[in-house]
Design a protein around this ligand. Structure first.
Ligand code: HEC
Ligand code: HEC
Ligand code: HEC
Ligand code: HEC
Ligand code: HEC
Length: 437
C-alpha cells in the first residue's frame, strides 16, 4: 500500500509540507474496529441493530489469531518430526501439494518484494515491524529480518531448526495464516473427509475454525480500522466495508468464494486479466445519427465484490478511437481513467472514478460519418490495466533524484519499477464497423 508508505513520507520530507504529521497506519484493535465498521455498514441487512452484545466466536477467534505482534511458536511438541515442526512452506507442501503449488503463483508469496524492501532502508525496526504485520507477520520472520539488518533488538542466537533461514523473504507463508504455537488451524473439513478422526493425523491434527470461511479473516490486512489513514475523508483501504455493502455480501459470498474458489490458494486480483474480465463488463455500440456517427461504450462492475478497483494503486484506462482501414488512429474520441488517483505525498485525492459494485459508466462520442466512411474507418474501444500505477509514478519520481535516496536503495527501486512496468496489459479490444449510410 502506498498508504502505509514511508516513501510517501519521504517525498513529504523533501517537499514544502515537510514536518507535517505522517500518515498513521494502524489503529487500535482491528477486531473491535471491524465490529464498528460492520455496524456502520447500514446497507447490509444483517448489520446488527442495537445494543445487546451478541456472542461472536468468529470475532473472538480472529482477535486472538491475529494478535499484534504474533508470539513466537516456541518449542515444537516432542512427538513432532522435523517435517511436522518446520515452518517452511516447502515442508507443508510435502503433504499439501496443491496449496503449495497455488500459493507460489499468488501475490501472497511475494509480499516481501523490492518495492517493500527498499523502503526498509528508510525505517527502523518498529516501523518495519508495522509493515510486516501484513507482509510477513510471524515473530520468526521479524526476528530473521532484525538479524539480517543488524537492528538493535535482533536476537543473538541463530534461529531454531524449524525456522528456515530465508523465511522472512518468503512473504505471507502458510504458517502465518494457519499455525499458532505449532498447532494447525483451518476451515472445517470438507464433507467428504468428515468423520475421518484426527487421532492419526500429522501435526496432531487441526482445529476447525469457521473464521477461515469468513470475510473478516481477510479484513485483518485488507481493511483499515475506522480511524486508520484517510485521504479526503475516505479510508485508504476499505475493501471489507465496500464488500459489506455489496450484492455479493447479501448473497452470502465471502471474499474466499471469489478469491479462493474451491478453497484454491490462488488469490487472483487486479494483476490477472481473466479475473479482471470477470469484474468489468464492456460493450460498444456504433450507430448512425443523420450525417453523424455516434459511438457509445459502457463499462460496468458486474463481478467485483467491492469497488473496481478497490485500492488507489491500480488504474484502468478506456480509450475510444476512430481508426483507419490501415490501422492508423485517426482521432481519439474519448478517454476515461477508472481508479482513485492521489498526489505522491498522499495529501490530496485528485479524482475517484472507481465503480461501486453494480455501477456503470459510459463514454460517448459523435463525429461526421461521410469522411470516415470514405477511409474505411472503424471504431475501437481499448481497455488497458496498469495494476501498480500509483507506485510507478512514485518510484519514477524518486528515481529522478537518486542522490536523495539512502544507500542501497537504487537497485531495489529500479527492480521494483521494472516489475511494475512489466505488469501492464490490454484487457479488452473491441472494434465496430461504421454503419452504412
Ligand atoms: C506429513 C504431512 C503433513 C505436513 C508436513 C503438514 N501437513 Fe497439514 N495436514 C496433513 C494431513 C494429512 C491433514 C488432514 C487431512 C487434510 O485436511 O488434508 C492436514 C491438515 C491440515 C490443515 C487443516 C485442513 C482443513 O481441512 O482445515 C491445515 C490448515 C494444515 N494441515 C496446514 C499445514 C501447514 C500450514 C503445514 C506446514 C507448516 C502443514 N500442514 C504440514 C498433513 C501434513
Ligand atoms: C494493514 C495491512 C498492511 C500493512 C500494515 C502494510 N501493507 Fe503494504 N500492502 C497491503 C496490501 C493488502 C497490499 C496489496 C495492495 C494491492 O494489491 O493493491 C499491499 C501492497 C504493498 C506494496 C505493493 C506491492 C509490492 O510488493 O510492491 C508495497 C510496496 C507495500 N505494500 C509497502 C508497505 C510498507 C512499506 C508498509 C509499512 C510502512 C506496508 N506496506 C504496510 C497491506 C498492508
Ligand atoms: C492468507 C492466508 C492463507 C495462507 C497464506 C495460506 N492459507 Fe491455507 N487457507 C486459508 C483459508 C482462508 C482457507 C479456507 C478457504 C475456504 O474455506 O474457502 C485455507 C484452507 C487451507 C486448507 C484446507 C483445504 C481444503 O481443501 O479443505 C489447507 C490444507 C491449507 N489451507 C493449507 C495451506 C498451505 C499448505 C499453505 C501454504 C502453501 C497455505 N494454506 C497458505 C488461508 C491461507
Ligand atoms: C463477487 C466476487 C468478489 C468478492 C466477494 C470479493 N472480490 Fe476482490 N476482486 C474480485 C475481482 C473480480 C477482482 C479483480 C478486479 C478488481 O481489481 O477490482 C478483485 C480484486 C481484488 C483485489 C485486488 C486489488 C484491487 O485494487 O482491486 C483485492 C486486494 C481484493 N479483491 C480483495 C478482496 C477482499 C479482501 C474481499 C472480501 C472483503 C473481496 N476481495 C471480495 C472479486 C471479488
Ligand atoms: C496477513 C495479512 C493478509 C491476510 C490475512 C490476507 N492478505 Fe491478501 N494480501 C496481503 C498483502 C500484503 C498483499 C500484497 C501482495 C503484494 O502485492 O505484494 C495481498 C494481496 C492480495 C491479493 C492480490 C491483489 C492483486 O493486486 O492482484 C488478493 C486478491 C488478496 N490479497 C486477497 C485476500 C483474501 C481473499 C484474503 C482472505 C482469505 C486475504 N487476502 C488475506 C496481505 C494479507
Amino acid at each position: 500500500m502506498p498508504i502505509c508508505n514511508p516513501a510517501a513520507r519521504f517525498v513529504q520530507r523533501d517537499g514544502p509540507r515537510a514536518g507535517e504529521a505522517s500518515v498513521r497506519l494502524r489503529g487500535p484493535g482491528i477486531a473491535a474496529a471491524l465490529a464498528l465498521a460492520a455496524a456502520s455498514a447500514a446497507a447490509a441487512p444483517d448489520a446488527r441493530t442495537a445494543a445487546a452484545p451478541q456472542p461472536d466466536p468468529v470475532g473472538e477467534f480472529l482477535a486472538r489469531h491475529w494478535v499484534d505482534p504474533l508470539p513466537p511458536q516456541g518449542a515444537p511438541p516432542a512427538k513432532f518430526s522435523p517435517l511436522e515442526a518446520s515452518l517452511d512452506p516447502e515442508s507443508c507442501g510435502a503433504c499439501h501439494v496443491q496449496q503449495l503449488r497455488d500459493w507460489k503463483t499468488s501475490l501472497h508469496s511475494r509480499t516481501m518484494g523490492p518495492g517493500l524492501m527498499w523502503q526498509f532502508l528508510l525505517m527502523g525496526q518498529d516501523a518495519a515491524n508495522e509493515c510486516m504485520r501484513c507482509h510477513a507477520p510471524l515473530a520468526e520472520q521479524k526476528a530473521l529480518m532484525a538479524r539480517e539488518r543488524g537492528w538493535q533488538n535482533a536476537p543473538a542466537a541463530p534461529p531454531p531448526s524449524y525456522v528456515p533461514p530465508q523465511l522472512h523473504h518468503e512473504g505471507l507463508v502458510c504458517a502465518a495464516c494457519h499455525v499458532r504455537r505449532h498447532a494447525r488451524f483451518g476451515p472445517p473439513a470438507r464433507a467428504a473427509s468428515k468423520g475421518l478422526g484426527q487421532a492419526g493425523l500429522p501435526h496432531g491434527g487441526f482445529t476447525a475454525e469457521p473464521a477461515f470461511e469468513d470475510s473478516r479473516f481477510c479484513a485483518t490486512c485488507h481493511q483499515f480500522p475506522p480511524n486508520g489513514a484517510k485521504l479526503d475523508g475516505k479510508l485508504l483501504e476499505n475493501t471489507y466495508v465496500e464488500w459489506r455493502a455489496s450484492p455479493a455480501a447479501r448473497q452470502g459470498k465471502a471474499c474466499q468464494s471469489c478469491h479462493m474458489p474451491d478453497r484454491r490458494h490462488l488469490w487472483r486480483g487486479i494483476h490477472d486479466p481473466d479475473m479482471v474480465r470477470r469484474a468489468l463488463q464492456v460493450s460498444l455500440q456504433v450507430r448512425r445519427d443523420g450525417g453523424y456517427v455516434r459511438a457509445r461504450a459502457d463499462l460496468a462492475n458486474v463481478g467485483a465484490g467491492h469497488y473496481f478497483p478497490t485500492y488507489l494503486v491500480p488504474k484502468v484506462t478506456a480509450t475510444l478511437e476512430l481508426v483507419d482501414a490501415d490501422g492508423t488512429v485517426r482521432s481519439q474520441l474519448a478517454r476515461r481513467v477508472i481508479g482513485r488517483e492521489a498526489d505522491l505525498k498522499l495529501a490530496h485525492e485528485i479524482s475517484d472514478t472507481r465503480l461501486a459494485p453494480g455501477a456503470r459508466m459510459s463514454m460517448e462520442a459523435r463525429f461526421r460519418g461521410a469522411p470516415a466512411q470514405a477511409r474505411g474507418s472503424y471504431v475501437r474501444l481499448r481497455v488497458v490495466v496498469d495494476p501498480g500505477e500509483h507506485y510507478e509514478r512514485l518510484f519514477r519520481s524518486l528515481l529522478e533524484r537518486p542522490e536523495k535516496l539512502p544507500a542501497g536503495a537504487l537497485p531495489l527501486l529500479r527492480e521494483a519499477l521494472a516489475r511494475l512496468e512489466s505488469g501492464h496489459y490490454e484487457l479488452y479490444k473491441l472494434t465496430r464497423p461504421l454503419p452504412a449510410s
